[in-house]
Design a protein. Sequence first.
Length: 97
Amino acid sequence: MFEKLKQIKDYRDQAKKIQSALKEENVEGSGAWGKVKISMDGNQSVQTVFIDPDLLSPNRAADVQKGVQDAVNDAIKKAQHKMAKKVKDMGGLPNLG
């Protein structure tokens, strides 16, 4: 029983280390031909949003919406890739798969 509790604590500690390391990572996603950019940390928290002023006219609203959607999805995909690599590089979380 105590071994299981120690194992759970070890997993929790390892997860905290991974989460802390990921906070230091940065990814950028883009959409609308590079005119919309989203940067986020490795924990998938959006840090900055850039929208090229050329897209900010009323008749370009659909482009902005699609660009933001594409940029967020691109950044999330990149953050997930970094997360998987960081978990692997740090030895992973044993016995979880």
